[in-house]
Design a protein around this ligand. Structure first.
Ligand SMILES: [Mg+2]
Ligand SMILES: [Zn+2]
Length: 165
């Protein structure tokens, strides 16, 4: 079974100082992300990104915008030798519908676990909101809550790599 580090996107992978990021030109990768992912990859972890994108429901941006952004992000990761298994996102807003995919609901984690045969007990979630951690822990994935836009190497990766549980 695979071991995976799940990432929230906005505030973990990229700077979320601008609240609804959907243009590549406004997308700034946070310090430590590439280095942290390399360290994790070298220790046998794969990657999945799980993100709430209620801006779609609010018509601030479209599914096509998100898909394009993720394609460009994926190219950047690939150019660094990094592979993300899948980019999952919820398109809903709670004002519109009570879906099962918006964190803290765990559906997108469950999908990833089933599709990629992930061992939750060997996996981790790095998020900057309590709902990220709550969603992961419902699937028995351990969560690490970091400050928004913090360096993941010092705030999360070192803990994962030196965990001997
Ligand atoms: Mg976030
Ligand atoms: Zn949803």
């Amino acid at each position: 079974m695979r071991k995976v580090v799940f990432f929230d996107r906005d505030g973990v992978i990229n700077d979320n100082a601008n609240y609804y990021v959907y243009r590549w030109d406004d997308f700034y990768i946070n310090r430590g992300v590439i280095e942290g992912m390399r360290l994790l990859k070298n220790n046998g972890y794969d990657f999945v990104i799980i993100s709430n994108q209620s801006g779609i429901s609010k018509h601030i941006y479209s599914i096509n915008d998100v898909e394009l952004l993720h394609r460009l992000l994926d190219q950047l990761f690939k150019s660094q030798g990094l592979t993300v298994l899948e980019y999952y996102y919820c398109t809903h807003h709670p004002d519109e519908t009570n879906c099962l995919c918006r964190k803290p609901m765990p559906l997108l984690f469950e999908k990833a676990i089933a599709r990629f045969k992930i061992d939750p007990y060997q996996s981790w979630m790095i998020g900057d909101q309590p709902r990220d951690i709550e969603a992961a822990e419902q699937c028995r994935i351990r969560g690490i809550l970091i400050p928004s836009n913090a360096d993941i190497v010092t705030h999360a990766v070192n803990r994962i790599l030196y965990d001997k549980a």
